[in-house]
Write a new protein. Structure first.
Length: 199
């Protein structure tokens, strides 16, 4: 499909359109003209975008076109290269999470707080990978490496979480866990003083 969008002078609308079309993996021919694969899922995701453009005074044209031969293959390869660039960023950044887990393990800081923080980082990786996969229409080869990198993070976090649980359970068993009062019941009761105020 060939999509032509004119947003006029509305800068916020122009940014919105650019972000949304990039999320869809559009291949730009010119500043306001791009190509997308003609698929039902893509058309469905385009509907709210084109509706907003028109409601804010912009213009949209969506044309079904047939691209074949070398031109089609060139567009497919461009789309794959774009996705491979994104997948490569996932592979590049994933070791940071692994290194953080290894560092906290060496420090003996296998705690729930660290698990929660690392879990949030992993969640961002997984959402990022899903977003790239949603616009990877032609199975870019870099996808396999990115999925393996995120799976490695998943496995490392599961190991770290098990260590945190074991450490927390051991601390509770020794009476040093959070919320455990190691003092004797007698020590926790304040002494009673009787004061005689009578004359």
């Amino acid at each position: 499909m060939l999509l032509s969008v004119s947003t006029g002078k509305e800068s916020s609308l122009r940014v919105f359109v650019w972000r949304q079309l990039r999320k869809l993996g559009a291949v730009y021919l010119h500043q306001s003209v791009c190509l997308l694969p003609d698929r039902s899922a893509v058309r469905t995701r385009l509907q709210p975008i084109t509706a907003r453009v028109r409601s804010q005074g912009g213009q949209v044209r969506l044309l079904s076109i047939q691209v074949s031969g070398d031109d089609h293959q060139e567009l497919v390869e461009e789309q794959r290269r774009d996705r491979d660039t994104e997948y490569a960023e996932v592979v590049e950044r994933a070791p940071q999470l692994l290194a953080e887990l290894a560092l906290e393990t060496r420090r003996g800081r296998t705690t729930y707080a660290e698990v929660e923080e690392s879990e949030a980082d992993l969640d961002r990786f997984e959402k990022w990978l899903t977003a790239i996969g949603d616009r990877d229409y032609f199975q870019a080869p870099g996808g396999a490496g990115a999925r393996e990198a995120v799976q490695e993070c998943r496995t490392a976090l599961a190991t770290f979480e098990a260590a945190a649980l074991a450490a927390d359970t051991a601390a509770e068993g020794n009476g040093t866990g959070t919320g455990t009062n190691s003092a004797s019941p007698e020590a926790s009761v304040a002494p009673l003083h009787i004061v005689d105020d009578l004359p």
